[in-house]
Ligand binder design. Structure first.
Ligand code: EPU
Length: 418
């Protein structure tokens, strides 16, 4: 198992380019199964979850060809099976999008029960509720099998706001007969991106990014289109937090500042300077200025994203005073605080909230990542700490960050994969 050795006392400075959004790409690649033709996707992040999706697409009969580092061409004209490989679909969460896409186009789909980072209970009841409302039947055991004689437009009110269920039921209804209305939906930028992609191929979806999404079924989706994935809001936010925690100065290019607003506001509150210019954001924190404490509550977009909670948590662990983070999306997203405490932080996990009693300095330690965003946060902590840190379980980080060590090195970090 690979580990990172990370030298501390590093003030990150310089500029980096943000990749396409992982949580958008993991939906849009399976969504190409809806298209009877060839799709060229640009700005696709080169991360392990995407490699797994490409392998699954090939098993299903799609042709998948990388024509550049971040460009993939997918031809789904000759799909040969609707049974996705059970083992590999169990390895990550977003494999649930194969259900919606295959059910939509072929009226039948099978995947292994989706796995993914262990950050709390991750039911798929809302996905199933949507598929059943459209006319499907769904059997769940250690695999999920969905079937429909016919999919018909309907109204679905989700009991909880779910990114996955919103996108998946949108996929399933694109080719259904009639109009489907989805309410209490997720409004994340990646929900909008998936809708934009589908519309480009001929779908009729309005309202993505608002309270209600209306999908008017069409007969088919056509190919021969090129689509560029939206920049990754969470990767951008990770480097923004890294600039603050290491008291550095980073220009983050190829991002959408509007998507960053919940984080930008918090970083300004705690003393950072944030400058927005076109599709770039510069974040800097003066070396002798103390980080101010604040309280944060995670919520669906446009609230503060749970996927940036651990990275901001590192800043607050170093603040001059007490902060409280309340986590409303996942039950187990404070596992990184145990590792931060090994580095000298003073954080008390109280279940849905954690009390951060800021300390002036962290120190290097042997720590491990419990999940993707925890891993990213611990890299930031290690760079800010005194001494060297050994971070294990870094395969979690590879799931969601392209070339993570190269990017940190470009900003002056001494980080080695061993
Ligand atoms: N939920 C249900 N039933 C469902 C679906 C969700 O009760 O059928 C609950 C979940 O338990 C959770 C809440 O609803 O409490 C929100 O879950 P959501 O469905 O929005 O999460 P997801 O689609 O499984 C995606 C991202 C996560 C991100 C969340 C929230 C992907 C592949 N994953 O997960 O990203 O935290 O939305 O924004 O898009 C990450 O990138 O590190 C990551 C975990």
């Amino acid at each position: 198992m690979d580990k990172f050795l990370i030298d501390g006392n590093t003030s990150l400075t310089g500029e980096i380019e943000i990749c396409g959004a992982k949580n958008s790409a993991v939906a849009i690649l399976p969504a190409t199964l809806l298209v009877n033709g060839t799709i060229t996707l640009e700005n696709v992040p080169n991360i392990s979850d995407i490699s797994k999706i490409c392998d699954i697409l090939k098993v299903l009969g799609a042709k998948v060809e990388w024509t550049a580092k971040n460009t993939v061409v997918i031809d789904s004209r000759n799909i040969t099976t609707v049974h996705a490989p059970l083992d590999s679909t169990r390895e990550f969460r977003a494999s649930y999008y194969f259900l919606g896409a295959l059910l939509s186009r072929f009226h039948e789909a099978e995947i292994g029960l989706p796995g993914g980072c262990k950050i709390g209970q991750r039911p798929i009841d809302q996905h199933i509720k949507g598929f059943e409302a459209l006319g499907g039947t769904v059997e769940v055991a250690n695999k999920v099998y969905a079937k429909a004689d016919k999919l018909e437009g309907t109204s679905v009110y989700f009991d909880v706001i779910s990114v996955g269920a919103t996108i998946n039921v949108m996929l399933a209804s694109v080719l259904a007969e009639g109009v489907t209305t989805l309410s209490n939906v997720a409004k994340e930028p990646h929900v909008v991106d998936v809708a934009n992609f589908l519309n480009k191929c001929g779908a009729n979806i309005i309202g993505a990014g608002t309270e209600e999404i209306k999908i008017t079924g069409v007969d088919k989706l056509e190919g021969n289109y090129t689509y560029s994935i939206v920049p990754d809001q969470i990767e951008a936010g990770t480097f923004m937090c890294a600039a603050v925690a290491t008291r550095g100065d980073i220009l983050i290019k190829n991002c959408i500042p509007e998507h960053m607003l919940p984080l930008t506001t918090k970083l300004i509150d705690i003393g950072a300077t944030v400058e927005e210019k076109g599709d770039s954001i510069r974040v800097y924190m003066e070396k002798d200025k103390s980080i101010q404490p604040t309280n944060v509550t995670t919520a669906p977009y446009p609230g503060f994203p749970t996927d940036l909670q651990p990275q901001l948590g590192v800043c607050l662990a170093l603040a001059d005073g007490k902060s409280v983070i309340t986590e409303n999306i996942w039950q187990s997203r404070f596992q990184y605080t145990v590792e931060l405490n090994k580095m000298g932080a003073d954080i008390t996990d109280r279940g849905t909230s954690a009390l951060f009693n800021g300390v002036p300095q962290l120190k290097g330690a042997q720590i491990e990542a419990s999940d993707l965003r925890a891993g990213a946060a611990l890299i930031i902590a290690a760079l800010a700490a005194d001494g060297q840190t050994e971070l294990s379980n870094i395969h979690f980080v590879d799931r969601g960050y392209e070339g993570v060590e190269e990017k940190f090195r470009k900003l002056g970090a001494n980080i080695q994969r061993v």
